[in-house]
Design a protein around this ligand. Sequence first.
Ligand SMILES: Nc1ncnc2c1ncn2[C@@H]1O[C@H](COP(=O)(O)OP(=O)(O)OP(=O)(O)O)[C@@H](O)[C@H]1O
Ligand SMILES: [Mg+2]
Length: 1022
Amino acid sequence: MTVLFADLVGFTARAEQMDPEDVRALLSPYYARLRSELERFGGTVEKFIGDAVMALFGAPVTHEDDAERAVRAALAIRDWAAEEEQIQVRLAVNTGEALVVLGARPGHGEGMAAGDVVNTAARLQAAAPVNGVLVGERTFRATRAVIEYRPAEPVAAKGKRDPVPVWEAVQPRSRLGVDVPHQARTVLVGRDRELGVLRDALARVRAERSPQLVTLVGVPGIGKSRLVYELWQVAEAEPELIWWRQGRSLPYGEGVSFWALAEMVKAQAGILEGDAPEQAGAKLAAMTDDVLGGMPEAEWVTRHLGALAGLGGDGAPAGGDRSEAFAAWRQFVEALAEARPLVLVFEDLHWADDGLLDFVDYLVDWAGGVSLLVVGTARPELLARRPGWGGGKPNALTLSLAPLSEGDTARLIGLLLGRAVLEAGQQAGLLAHAGGNPLYAEQYVQMLAEHGAGRQPPLPESIQGIIAARLDLLAAADKRLLQDAAVIGKVFWPGAVAALGGGPGGGELDECLHGLERRQFVRRERRSSVAGQTQYAFGHVLVRDVAYGQIPRAARAGKHAAAAGWIESLGRAEDHAEMLAYHYLSVLDLARGAGQDTAGLASRARAALQAAGDRVVALNAFAAAAGYYRTALALWPQDAHQQRAGLLRLLGTALHEAGELDQAEAVLAEGSRVAAAAGAAALEARIRILLTEIRTSHGGPGDQALAECQAATAVLEAAGDLEGLAEAWTLTGMIRFWLGDSPADQQALERAMAYARQGGHRRVQLQASFWLAVTFTLLPIPADTAIARAEQLLQTADGEPWSEADILRPLSELYAYSGRFADARDAIARARSVYDRSGAKIRRAMGAHLAGQIELIAGDPAAAEHHLRESYEAYRAMGERGFLSSVAGWLAEALYAQGRLGEAQQATEQAQAAAAPADIDAQARWRAARAKVLARAGQFPAAQTLLDEAEALVSPTCWAALQAGILLARAEVDRLAGAPERAAACLRAALSIYQDRHAAPLAEQTAAALAGLTGHPSAKPA
Ligand SMILES: Nc1ncnc2c1ncn2[C@@H]1O[C@H](COP(=O)(O)OP(=O)(O)OP(=O)(O)O)[C@@H](O)[C@H]1O
Ligand SMILES: [Mg+2]
């Protein structure tokens, strides 16, 4: 059970001189409020002892979250007291075993609980700071995932030898989020239906355990954020606790990638801007341990969240592609929503980068089985940018906020003024100008107050006009202060404002801020994201925009530079890289526009831009990264060869990952020239490797590529560049493999892995191990040997679901070859479930392809057809051709095996149309299948020609499985042509390949075909 003690302080001194009756009368409204707060959170008020109140949570009935309810109640009381001028409180919460008197009537002064836990709670309460909440160890342990604490001095307690360890509760985590404490000046006017929709969505999410997306769309000031706030109150009033996470997007041009999501993660972990990297990392780890504890993927998810929160270490990507990061983030969201209903609010989506929009889209599509409500707010620009936003989803809803009716606007004005109506002419004018926009009404009324009674201020055309007029009324120092704050952003800190130097400093600054807060230009936020700095926010972002617009252009550059300087002084530069980049870019743009010299700034701007690029690469936001690198590049003089070459490599890599292959090729070609000019041999070699990879994937000649790799390895070896060597050998292995060259590809990949291991480059290591596993499926090694090695590779990918799934694909094929169909189906099902849960399109199609292949080996062409068609359709829908051409070949086989010749022919045509000339696998497969179809129609010469071509393609390779496949096709054609001896010879050759590979099921099938041909079993399968 959990005990809460609350003591009203501040009255005691006065109460001594007062009549007890009067004291009671004075206190009674406060006690009523205390009681109602306690009861709202499910507490039972046990007794009033003088000024102190004792309440129990978990008696007479225990709930799983009693401790949390108690701490939340304590914090609610603390917050209420902090706002009341008259009173202060000290609070304590303690959890433990207590003696409970059943049947007690607390209303009649009968105590329900007694024992050590109660006595200690009383001690803690007495030791608590004014307007503070102390908790004991068990309470702390039970609630630290949901409440933020700071350590406090242990408390000495009677009857205890050692002091009792205690913590001070700071705030409930679910309340965090920058924009939640919306300042509502009046009750909500109108909007019943809109709020009803939100309420229903929340109820539905909870009842059906399925995700919902509601997007509120409307012009600035129409009331989107207000509705979110109203929903928050609904959620807060629920007896069941609901997680609430809120983040916003920033109006910084390109946007800070995934900022809103990063805010949510940081809030969940309690990470502050001022935290040192180790501290932030430790907080993140503790949080994921709480949320994901015990899940096998926990480490993987943590890594991806770390990249998101700017804890990427050396800026190395967390691995994989964007869909992998999405999958990891989604798993985190699901784990949160698993524990209790979760509301995620993405404010101001019109400023979100494409990556974030894609993620929200993806999350709502793929999160399953959990109570998740996603609420977005956006100005109408969002729909112009993404006309299909939310469209086509059964669980998405877009709500457009219309202006308030005249009646409601008039009511709102009345409420704001605190009196019924304005003078008739003024009222009519105001209604007409406000156009049903609550922000306009609010700002106008504010201006009326500032103008003083009797004078009638003008009615500007727009909200911006009103705000400008209000700013003009301010004292010069206040106005400069707001302008400086506007440079920093929607949220700002006094230290940063002081660093800009336009306004007052020190105590005067605080005073000005206080005055501006009273006039509701800004508000103080309860939580600050910079340690040791109070955080302020503009009351409305439009105030920020207008204030910014009033800064003389010539002064802006200097202010942005000072803001950047302040951010740099915070440390953890990589986390702020994009903000820094924003400020530096602004400086450069402005300075250039004004014809000022920018040379002095360039070096810091370049560093910030490159860091910003590295950070978003870690988030797999490659297009955004390319933008940063390009801008940084433009800031280097032409003769800075070394630095330019380094940036060109990063830019080329980002473009490659973003799928801009032509641009990547051009950039890397330039990079290699510049590196050569700088005499940077190792860098040049690494650039050439990338270039070679791109050219080869375009169908460039393989022997030339190998020569490039060889030259690069020699250089990199001399330079001792392990990562470069790992990359070079991976590419060598891949090329040798595609050339069907020899087992040398395996040696190359093994070397790549060794280098990657040695240098600790896990990303390259996993890439190499995947390719190695793929080579096992085609090369002439016995299936069981291959299986053992692939299983080993699987071990090394431990804890990386994505890499595991990638290795499970070839492994499942190997199981099928060796006749272990149950294992094969199980392995591919495991891989597919990883892909399915993530929505990774290409890999899902690959998974279906493998499932089809397995069924074909198992001799079930109908089942194979089902999977292959799924794969084929998926590739077709994405416009993918490289894999589609191979799948179509397999599909033709499955159809032929079912005697559906017309469809088989059609599939070979589709394969033929899609296959790249250099794609040996696809080119050979469709020919083999077509040859059989032609033979059925008696067109033997044409069939033979195709088979000759196929054989010419595969005979230089070591791809035993494909060679055997061609032999089987030949046998079929020969059999149909009435040449059983030739057919038998082909079958025997195929049989020996299968036997060598210990491919039992295929060997059996071939032996059976041979027996059917010759009339007697001529060979025993292995
Ligand atoms: N229906 C309403 N009743 C009373 N006040 C309202 C109502 N709608 C909005 N307001 C008030 O009007 C002001 C502007 O609303 P809000 O901040 O929600 O606008 P917004 O649509 O989020 O604008 P932006 O696009 O700029 O973020 C707020 O102070 C809000 O409390
Ligand atoms: Mg808003």
